[in-house]
Design a binder for this molecule. Structure first.
Ligand code: MN
Length: 496
């Protein structure tokens, strides 16, 4: 995956002709220095490109026109070095389709106390130019991220970087689709939703393909490709002794390698970044894709089990947001609880499909029967999850709107080994408290399927929700349980 470097962001500095060429030359110099330095920041993941200084209505309109038609441009950063009368921005902002970030900064960090004069004030007036700019965007109801502070401040750069990651995930979702092998698990509500609405809102193109098409693709996988993938498994994972010494079990691992290669070539030939499977639809496959789905997630593909296309597309978006950062991101399911007073925890896992990017140590390949689906014993990776700050998130289709719900959690170590549980697992304590978090999650309609991440931040997800124009609800350390539950319950009141 190289999604962040394959997109770019435009830096558009606003001014006006009234100041004359000398001031405009300074504006240009400063902007160029800022872009050069910001581009070197480890927190800025994508190229930042300085565009022509925006000084007239026509220039502004043409910048936005150009941005709209450039698929590499994933968003626009605006900043008013001087005053830039905002009626000039109406035409451009009216047609803009790219995510926006308004950087409220100024070139110099400190006031030059002993030398400041009116020329300095004339040139360095973001403090009022950016207010004019903010007004017109609010007046026009333009969604944007506002970042405030000196541009060299690491906190400011992190906030810009978070928004870039979210904007790239949004752009990726508009170009890469979701392939569904089979439909939803029968009768399940929360994993279903309106795919037309999702495409209008997020750009997600979600389509179902017959399993026979995949079976055919798997059938054309070559021995050489399978052999080289098994070599890769050997480098990345440990084979359990049972598997290594038993040819029948090794054959099941090989079967997963076949499936992985078939699914991957199917996804790539359909320009898809994510996929779903379902244990209710496996005719023609010898086993449910386990290890195959796990290793595909590790390579950046989104995944949702039981036909859960919303979580598949969300996991893909999170994979893009988290690209290159420490930690990992996986499909996850809230499975069972430890309700011991004072030590309440959620145990997350799935039948098989948890991404090894969140593994704490080298995952082990094991083969066990699956109690569901009546198929062969699938090979899977078994591991414990990295500990520390993490989050779970779910995308809900509530009929009248989408809701992105996030819970900040602390991933913790298993207090005891679980030798009889043959799947990858995560254990966590939700914030602000176990009971508070789960009450809010349930009231908000939160699903059992989630994207679980030790690398993506709450801020990135909030930036993503704003970019897509959907509701964002955070359940975290600073959440006021009473306030949030009251606001969620107000939605259930019927109008008088
Ligand atoms: Mn499930």
């Amino acid at each position: 995956m190289n999604t962040l470097r394959n997109h770019e962001f435009w830096f558009v500095v606003g001014s006006q002709q009234m100041y004359g060429p000398e001031v405009l030359a300074h504006v240009r110099q400063h902007a160029a220095a800022m872009v050069a330095e910001l581009s070197q920041s480890a927190d800025i993941p994508s190229p930042l490109i300085l565009k022509k200084t925006a000084t007239t209505s026509e220039e502004i309109l043409s910048i936005f026109r150009e941005a709209n038609s450039d698929p590499h441009c994933a968003g626009i950063v605006t900043w008013m070095h001087t005053f830039s009368p905002s009626k000039m921005w109406i035409a451009g902002l009216s047609i803009n389709h790219k995510p926006l970030l308004h950087l409220h900064t100024q070139y110099n960090r400190d006031i030059p106390w002993s030398t400041i004069d009116m020329d300095y004030m004339n040139l360095n007036q973001s403090a009022h130019g950016d207010r004019e700019h903010g007004f017109i965007m609010t007046r026009m109801k333009v969604a944007r991220k506002v970042v405030v502070g000196h541009w060299q401040d690491p906190e400011v750069q992190k906030q810009i970087g978070s928004w870039m990651r979210a904007a790239c995930a949004f752009a990726d979702g508009q170009s890469k689709g979701t392939v569904r092998f089979g439909d939803n698990m029968r009768e399940v509500a929360v994993t279903d939703g309106n795919k037309v609405s999702a495409q209008i809102q997020f750009g997600w193109s979600v389509n179902t393909y017959a399993l026979g098409d995949l079976v055919q693709e798997i059938g054309s996988v070559t021995e050489a490709a399978t052999k080289s993938l098994l070599e890769e498994y050997r480098e990345l994972f440990t084979f359990s002794n049972d598997v290594a010494e038993n040819p029948a079990l090794m054959a099941q691992v090989k079967e997963q390698a076949h499936m992985e290669l078939g699914i991957r070539s199917f996804l790539d030939s359909h320009n898809a970044g994510s996929f779903t499977t379902t244990f209710e639809n496996l005719v023609g496959l010898n086993q449910l894709p386990g290890l195959a789905a796990q290793h595909l997630m590790l390579q950046g593909y989104g995944f949702g089990a039981e036909g859960d296309w919303k979580t598949a597309a969300l996991v893909r978006a999170m994979k893009v947001m988290g690209e290159g950062l420490k930690g990992g991101t996986s499909f996850m399911e809230d499975y069972t609880y430890n309700l011991e007073p004072g030590n309440e925890m959620v145990l997350g896992a799935h039948m098989l499909e948890v991404c090894p990017s969140i593994a704490r140590a080298k995952p082990v390949i094991e083969v066990h029967p699956l109690s569901i689906g009546n198929k062969g014993d699938p090979a899977r990776l078994v591991f414990d999850t990295q500990t520390g700050p993490a989050l779970t998130t779910t995308m809900l289709d509530l009929g009248s709107k989408f809701r992105l719900l996030v819970n900040e959690v602390e991933s913790v170590a298993l207090p005891y080994p679980m030798p009889k549980l043959p799947v990858a697992r995560a254990l966590w304590k939700p914030y602000p408290s176990f009971k508070g978090a789960l009450k809010l999650w349930i009231l908000a309609g939160g699903a059992h399927h989630t994207g679980f991440s030790t690398q993506v931040t709450v801020e990135m997800l909030e930036d993503y929700a704003r970019t897509a124009g959907v509701e964002f609800i955070e359940i975290g350390k600073n959440t006021n349980e009473h306030e949030l539950s009251a606001s969620l319950e107000r939605e259930f009141l019927s109008p008088a």
